[in-house]
Design a protein around this ligand. Structure first.
Ligand code: GLA
Length: 395
């Protein structure tokens, strides 16, 4: 997965599939979240950056009411359905094509694409690992959405990134059935190269905060544990955490955990120790987002590392969404000299990130690989990530 998709090759493959060149090629990135985990659906703050890896998508609009999707990752498995079917049987398609179908469904439902004759020919290719908590679902949704908005001439929508993020999230929540927040879609659409996205998930207000890693002699190392996670499964840990947060907010009489101002008083009010742990994580994590942004703005980037590690401990011990492989990644990275490390994304598997001084990169890579080998875990995949641009047209 280290080679990035070549848009010319994707266009040529599209032409081979469908007999004529695509109207365009679009690309949407995955993300790592630097701080603010499980805060988005609590109306809180998040701080993602886009990664260089993403989903590329070639598309041509048609008026035959048929949507056909081919994927380089699923060569023998084209998906084909009519626009009319979107309102019926296709609902809750949690397979790869469900994310594309969900976007067309959401576009129809919001009145952006009217009538049953709307159709499209699509070819996808991805260099973003699936199930690594790098937001491959949102990248697929956002690539589809941007391509459709451009190709169908929905200029008003294409120019309104918060509205696009809401729409992509609706595809995921309501069509695919994964109860996620707005973090991933916002990151894929609203991030900028060289910046992190400081997003208030209640107001949707955002700032692109400079993240001059290279100038500071630092790297973000993404450690993919290879442990797969999934959030669309009913009864998943993700859905359970979300429900616990809602229960805690109700017991505290606040609209969302974002509104808890006095943590000690809130912890006194709650009788369930599980809910107390969940609230402690969410409230302190929101403060850590503010603290991280403060340090970044002060030019004290290395100091953000300590917040990474504090955040990981909170996720491990209070939100209880880590796993032994993620803990190993974090502990071994820090032991080998990383400034700090934390799991990123929904948890229960996927990736950790480490903030590492350039001269410690090799030592950290070796230390993490050795720790995984010692515990008998499959070798993790390690990649350094630069803060990359959000979704855009590439051809
Ligand atoms: C997943 C979800 C996001 C967010 C994160 C945890 O990535 O899709 O909405 O809740 O988990 O921060």
């Amino acid at each position: 997965m280290s080679d990035l998709v070549d848009p010319e090759k994707l266009a040529a493959d599209f032409t081979a599939d469908y007999g004529s060149a695509p109207a365009g090629v679009w690309r949407a990135p995955g993300r790592v979240n630097l701080m603010g985990e499980h805060t988005d659906y609590n109306d809180g703050l998040v701080l993602p950056m886009a990664v260089p890896w993403g989903v590329s998508l070639a598309l041509t609009p048609t008026d035959d009411g048929v949507i056909e999707i081919r994927s380089a990752q699923r060569p023998g498995e084209p998906a084909r359905f009519t626009t009319r079917e979107l309102d019926g049987d296709r609902r809750r398609d949690t397979g790869w094509s469900g994310y594309v179908a969900g976007v067309f469904w959401a576009l129809r439902e919001a009145g952006h694409l009217a009538g049953d004759s709307v159709g499209a020919r699509i070819r996808l290719d991805s260099d973003l690992p699936v199930g690594a908590a790098l937001s491959s679902s949102a990248a697929l949704e956002c690539a589809t959405l941007l391509a459709a908005a451009d190709a169908f001439g929905l200029a008003g929508l294409a120019g309104d990134l918060p509205a696009m993020a809401r729409l992509a999230r609706r595809a995921e929540n309501t069509f695919v059935g994964a109860p996620t927040g707005i973090l991933d879609q916002s990151a894929s659409l609203r991030c900028r190269a060289g910046h992190a996205l400081f997003l208030d998930c209640r107001t949707e207000g955002a700032r692109n905060v400079p993240l001059p890693l290279e100038e500071a002699g630092l790297r973000i190392l993404v450690i993919d544990t290879g442990v797969q996670h999934r959030h669309a499964d009913t009864g998943s840990g993700y859905a359970a955490r979300r429900a616990e947060c809602e229960r805690a907010a109700r017991q505290l009489g606040v609209a969302a955990l974002r509104d808890v101002e006095d943590l000690a008083a809130a912890l006194d009010t709650l009788t369930d120790p599980v809910l107390r742990r969940r609230v402690r994580h969410v409230v302190t994590e929101i403060h850590r987002v503010n603290a991280a942004v403060g340090l970044m703005r002060a030019g004290a980037l290395p100091e953000v590392g300590a917040l990474f590690t504090a955040s990981h401990l909170s996720m491990r011990d209070h939100f209880e969404i880590s796993c032994p492989e993620l803990d190993t990644a974090v502990e071994s990275a820090v032991a080998a000299g990383a400034r700090g490390a934390r799991m990123t994304g929904g948890g229960f598997g996927g990736s950790a990130i480490a903030l590492v001084a350039e001269e410690r990169l090799d030592a950290v890579r070796d230390g993490v690989a050795a720790a995984f080998a010692k515990r008998g875990y499959a070798a993790p995949t390690l990649r350094a990530a630069t803060p990359s641009p959000g979704a855009h047209r590439v051809r």
